[in-house]
Design a protein around this ligand. Structure first.
Ligand code: TK8
Length: 339
């Protein structure tokens, strides 16, 4: 083959390879994916959505773009879920707890003290049990991609430092719109008031409610320290977030486009968990510096709270099904055994 001919062949091959991208960049408008979330842009949730957007744009060569909308500007978790199901919005991230009205099995993650630490949570959520629960969303019009960490939830309020079970009495406590949370806090003696997260700051500010419970990261990024005096370290439940796609939208995507989203979701999950944990490690000191009064429960009182909360387990097991309950307990035991 002559030098000229070899050059020509190489040039033609390069052009053929470049062609689809060239066509695409010039002729096809990028797919715009509206991705809603509830927290502020400057939060662990906001940072991870941003990273996800960068990954999607990079891996699709600019063909798919994420239009990220934070601070519940597209609606509360529950409103966004409905928009995804109807096909009016493409993606979101929110608490698994707010999905229980759609997929009852999600309530398994609301079991008080299910996980002792984040490693157990990762093993179970990323394992077959987590996948099974996530797959249940499909028949309801949602596709779950990955679990992110919201985190271990802790109590804040304006009435008093909660040092013992009896201190919950009469505290008007905002909880997520979910029966397990309502039951759990009623059991502890609080007056549980279900409200969307998007209404929470105002409800605390206007004293419609006295308190709430969320991970340290959220107490910081949502500035709850401005309207809450007392923080009690309870770690009463590990709360996952879940990244979901409208199934109506998902089914319109090519396999390659779906892969761009699943790959980016995995990268975002690993980033988000690291970032969240690093922030949580420093958050308590920051909240103290912002003026919150922080107290730990004594081991005896922590135990009393734990025991009291086991009374909600039977209800969760009935709701999610005894098989899933048992499977989850076994998965936790396995993770705990370090296997
Ligand atoms: C954000 C919520 C939030 C959750 C809550 O949209 O509602 O308290 O912890 O993270 O999903």
């Amino acid at each position: 083959m002559s030098v000229l001919r070899r050059t020509l062949v190489a040039a033609t091959a390069a052009a053929a390879l470049a062609a689809p991208f060239a066509t695409f960049a010039q002729d096809i408008k990028p797919r715009i994916i509206r991705f809603g979330y509830g927290l502020n842009e400057d939060s662990n949730q906001g940072r991870a959505v941003k990273l996800f957007a960068q990954e999607v744009e990079k891996n699709s060569g600019g063909k798919m773009r994420i239009r990220a909308v934070g601070a519940a500007a597209l609606g509360s978790d529950v409103q966004m879920q409905q928009a995804l199901i109807g096909g009016a919005q493409e993606m979101m991230v929110g608490s698994t707890a707010t999905l229980v009205g759609i997929t009852k099995e999600m309530a398994i993650w609301d079991t008080p003290f299910l996980f002792n630490n984040a490693q157990e949570a990762d093993a179970v959520l990323d394992g077959p049990t987590g996948q099974k629960v996530m797959d249940k969303l499909q028949e309801k019009g949602l596709v779950g991609l990955v679990y992110w960490e919201n985190g271990f939830r802790n109590l804040t309020n304006n009435k008093r430092a909660v040092a013992k079970l009896e201190d919950f009495d009469g505290i008007k406590l905002r909880v997520m719109q979910n029966n397990v949370f309502i039951d759990s806090f009623k059991t502890l003696g609080a007056n549980a008031v279900p409200l969307p997260f998007s209404e929470l700051f105002t409800a605390l500010e206007t004293k419609t409610v006295d308190g709430q419970e969320n991970p340290y990261n959220t107490i910081l990024s949502s500035k709850f320290y401005e309207v809450q005096k007392f923080l009690t370290v309870t770690n009463h439940v590990y709360s996952p977030w879940i990244v979901t796609v409208s199934k109506k939208y998902w089914d319109q995507l090519s396999k390659d486009e779906q892969k761009v989203l699943t790959d980016a979701a995995k990268v975002s999950r690993d980033f988000e968990r690291k970032d969240t944990r690093a922030e949580a490690d420093k958050a308590l000191a920051e909240l103290k510096a912002k003026g919150m009064t922080i107290n730990q429960l004594s081991p005896a009182e922590a135990n009393r709270m734990r025991e009291k909360l086991t009374t909600v387990n039977a209800g969760i097991s009935t709701n999610v099904g005894e098989d899933l309950w048992k499977e989850t307990q076994a998965a936790v035991a396995k993770a705990r055994g370090g296997k």
